[in-house]
Design a binder for this molecule. Sequence first.
Ligand code: GDG
Length: 765
Amino acid sequence: MESSSKWIIASNRLPFSWDRSEKKLNRSSGGLVTAISGIRSDVEKVWVGSAPEGLDAKTWAAQPEVRPSNGQSFQAVFIEPEIYSLYYNGMCNDVLWPLLHYESGMVDFSDESWQAYVDVNHKFAQEILKTAREGDLVWIHDFHLLLVPGLLKAQNPKLRVGLFLHIPFPSSEVFRQLPVRKEILRALLCADLLGFHDYSYLRHFCSTIKVMLGVESSMLSIEREHHTTHLGVFPVSIDVAQFKRESAMPEVRRTRRRFQRSIPYEKLILGVDRLDYIKGLPLKLEAFRTLLETHPELRGRVGMLQITVPSRTNVPVYRQLRQEIEQLVGEINGQFAQPGYVPIQYMFQSVKFEELLALYRLSDVLLVTSKRDGMNLVALEHIVSQRPSDPGVVVLSEFAGAISTLSHIIPTNPWDLRETAEAVYQGLTMDRAERVTRHRSMLRYLDTYSATDWADSFMSSLAKRSKVAKPERTVNLSQLAPSGSKMSDVMALLKDKELLVFVDYDGTLVPICDQPEQAVLKPATKNMLKQIAEQPHVQMVVVSGRDKGFLTEQLQGLPVSIAAEHGAIFADSPEGTWKRLAHGDRRRWYRAARQVMSDYASRVPESFVERKKFAIAWHYRKSPKEFAAYQARKLKHDLELALSNLPVSVIAGRKVVEARSAGANKGTFVRWYLENHAEHRRRLIVAFGDDQTDEDIFSTIDSPGIGIKVGHGSTAADYRIDSQGEVLPLLDKMVKFGANQLTLPGLTTALRADHAEDSRADYRW
Ligand code: GDG
């Protein structure tokens, strides 16, 4: 990453709240704040967020906490209270929050709140642009600012912009209920990098853009017009060192002892959640009731402490939820209380940090029953705050993103009260040796993956990805004027040269058809191809993923060589003998497969990646059985999607998931061809292609070879034309020009003339 660049971090709120009576800033809590504040990195950071409620610009500027220090500064966005309320309470919390957490019945959309959301996103973009300089990395956080990538890129396409979603991305069936779904998706696709906690969220995002916008993706990236959006899974983390260090402090130890005396249970079940319907608090209380019903021996001995942090207390749904919870607590306490024993202690307030740590240490079981939860940091915090010699246990909902990263928790379906009660029972009765082993394994993972690692992996991915995209490098031949110097550059290369032309079939020689068998060469096209290929100074090779039968039939009688099945087999002419070429290039899929597999290997203990020549495998034979088997199914699914258009097959074997090269590669073929056709080696190479498999040719041909990409999408080619219909007319002109049958002005005018007919041209052959 460039050392001079800074990180601009934008989130709805800055990490402060304003205490009106004391007139001072307080540090606020919450998952996003915990994650961002936990980043310990040397890079200069500017944190942009809306000003704490009730604070004006002058008072804000006077606060000592907001002055730049330790390479970090804060920039507040001031928004009129009415607009902020429509944006935050309306669009964010009454629309996006419930919808993205699958609570579509709770969605309350209005044009007014949408307009406020648009306005606030504009304000954020303007504030970011004030500080952003070339080379800076802009990191947008969460569902409050989904339009910002689009707004930033519209003003400054060179900015590098990433967005991380802290909450789930739901199934396309849910997301498509949103009236402004397309506006949001289009804005997101302007980002250079989109990050999610979990592959399942990423998968849902991919199917949503496919369903809603017809945009294809490879799971690792989305190609759209001249922009590539990279996708990644970056499960959030916490400041592991801080939690470890502070939970062992004497102050925390003292607080724990104090609590131990006042909490009269043999075993303690702890719950820590914001008041929110996604956290499944009524389900948690019901599961606890079931536990006491099914295990009467626990009555009088086991208790629960539930800390519920107030949030959105003025919103009716949240008020009702609070009432429902308090009523349930009352009922359960009434049902099981004994003199000196109240089963549930319930707090509707937050606790101090050291108290939270003391409670983590004191508890035997942490119970998380979220109905949906992007990640759930409380589970991570509980683990790193334990005493390794006598740790507590986490019972975690399958619907929290953390389920994919924490290998030795006890999983549960929170809707199944009996299962949750049994999971808690298992946690309460687990022997120390097993607790220690489970805890050690998860701690080992968390030790290597703190909030800083999370941020570094996201930001280095953003820095790297946005540099790889090369759309600016390509020159659009279709749009060049006759005097265009770039065109004359190309043509200067052709002068007096013999040509070796590699041309793809589908999408390049013929338009893409719904049914592959319909993509036949029309007589006029065939005729034109013949005239070009017959020129004495031209040698032409059609390189396609198609099989030899189809290509032979289409190209019969033409003076061209054919490489079929991505170059796995070759014939010098349609009538010639086919040769099987021994190769199996793996570069294009291997990197993607390795990345996904390594992510899994870092999360699933004792699992590892084996790299072979034409295959890569993820083994999990020694990993925790159920967790790893579930992850293996997910991995297979992820790989199948990510690699679906590539020559690779994904196989799930015994305790292994393997991706194997399914054959050939066009780039390898071109190398083989040049090595084995010495007579053509001195020719100038011209290659045309439209899809990902042709990229291997473009990256194989050395300068001064000419790669021409047909259509949009990032490419290794240096030139681009807009549509398939331009391929043969352009090639024809290039060939004629090379043979001195056409002058440069004649060529460019002819090209423009063809171009003017472009819309009709698709295609008259
Ligand atoms: C969102 C997503 C995702 C809680 N009570 C007290 C307290 N906290 C702190 C915890 C923890 C944070 O608040 C809660 O984080 P979660 O991750 O559990 O949940 P959300 O606030 O809903 O966060 C979530 C997260 O973003 C990050 O991406 O994991 O899924 O919903 O850090 O410690 N802190 C103190 N006293 C409390 O009483 N001091």
